[in-house]
Design a binder for this molecule. Structure first.
Ligand SMILES: Nc1ncnc2c1ncn2[C@@H]1O[C@H](COP(=O)(O)OP(=O)(O)OP(=O)(O)O)[C@@H](O)[C@H]1O
Length: 365
């Protein structure tokens, strides 16, 4: 679903936070549409949880503004409480109280002043929704990690929030429990049409659950976009490295004609596309699956870039073969095992690496 024209329900404008140490959150601008799921991805300490806590109004930012449902959040405790009641937060290490599962889930309803007869059906429904029907009487502390996470989810859902914040919902779980919680979360988001902002360090999880991904590093939101945008057009070197693009070349634009540029990379000329000026320093991001490998004797492909080189390393990666090719610059390519066999690829073999100009993503250094 495309949310680009949908009404934003959450807006962060120039959001900043400082804690006194080295870390600072720098000018986070983010909008989340109603019904959209945005995943913040980045290494540990990037500031993902900090953004979630600020958006959940748990903390006051040191600068910038938060707008929820069109209403700018003020410092007033009563307006914050009113907005917070439309939100729920599932923490990275969910705290369960030393009481029954029922009491754990009932607690937020009690805090809202709800009475027993209204509480029971809601708790029962929330438990069923997370696949824990019948667990009411269990002591919460005796649950497994996956069950604890599901109780935390039920406790978040029981208040029927509009906005759900999930902080690393599967960080401490084994692969089976992770798959189960992910499927649950995905079903619940779809069924309830929740707006979700989640933090994860797992890029694949972000792709599976979110409509858009925000890549965070060192307190900055470096790029926010669909997973295609992030993978095909990383905004900068740090994002490209984070998503696993291994071949990043730096060079200078020496010619630019009608959107076709020629870049000098360590004496090799590479053609790519983009609006750049001669003299611009640029990074070229090359995906291994965009490079085709052929033998020198073969008739060339129509690709603009044909780089002669020698295979310097070869490794099996699942059904594919990963090649390192020294063309004066270092390139990585992948081919099928069948192609590798047919071409007789081996270390020391001279080959030609071909790459279309349009397949190279270029950003200014
Ligand atoms: N209340 C606080 N007081 C001081 N420093 C804090 C506080 N909260 C967070 N930090 C610091 O802010 C930085 C960002 O932390 P944050 O938890 O937001 O990162 P993260 O991307 O969510 O990391 P992780 O994936 O490990 O949870 C860290 O260096 C952390 O130590």
């Amino acid at each position: 679903m495309n949310f680009s024209n949908a009404k934003p329900i959450i807006e962060a404008r120039g959001l900043r936070q400082r804690y006194g140490g080295n870390f600072s959150l720098k000018d986070i601008n983010l909008t989340v549409a109603a019904g959209e799921t945005v995943a913040l991805i980045g290494p540990s300490g990037a500031g993902k949880s900090t953004v979630l806590r600020l958006l959940d109004l748990l903390e006051q930012p040191s600068g910038g503004a938060i707008v929820i449902g069109g209403q700018q959040v003020t410092g007033s405790a009563s307006s914050r409480l009113e907005l917070r009641r439309k939100m729920a937060f599932v923490h990275q290490k969910p705290l369960v109280f030393t009481t029954s599962v029922f009491d754990n889930i009932a607690q937020p309803l009690r805090w809202r002043g709800m009475k027993g007869e209204d509480i029971k059906p809601r708790v029962t429904a929330a438990l069923a929704e997370v696949g824990l029907a019948g667990f009411e009487g269990r002591q919460a502390k005796t649950l497994s990690g996956g069950e604890t996470q599901r109780v935390a989810l039920a406790r978040a859902l029981v208040t029927s929030p509009d906005i759900l914040f999930l902080d690393e919902p599967t960080a401490n779980l084994d692969p089976n429990s992770t798959a189960m919680v992910e499927e649950l979360v995905s079903n619940i988001i779809g069924k309830r049409r929740l707006t979700v902002v989640m933090a994860t360090h797992d890029l694949a999880q972000g792709q599976r659950l979110a409509n858009r991904i925000g890549v965070m590093m060192k307190g900055e939101l470096l790029q926010l976009g669909t997973s295609d945008e992030i993978f095909m057009a990383p905004a900068c070197r740090a994002v490209a490295e984070f998503i696993g693009i291994e071949t990043i070349l730096e060079g200078s634009v020496i010619e630019s004609i009608g959107g076709l540029i020629t870049v000098d990379v360590a004496g090799k000329l590479i053609q790519a596309t983009g609006e750049f000026m001669p003299g611009d320093r640029v990074n070229l991001f090359l995906r291994p699956d965009h490079i085709t490998v052929s033998l020198k004797s073969e008739i060339g492909s129509s690709a603009r870039n044909r780089l002669e080189g020698t295979i310097v390393n070869i490794a099996l990666v699942g059904p594919l073969v990963r090649l390192e090719i020294d063309c004066g610059i270092h390139l990585l390519a992948v081919v099928t095992r069948q192609s590798a066999d047919e071409l007789g690829l081996a270390i020391g073999k001279p080959v030609v690496a071909c790459l279309k100009a349009a397949a190279i993503h270029v950003v200014k250094v």
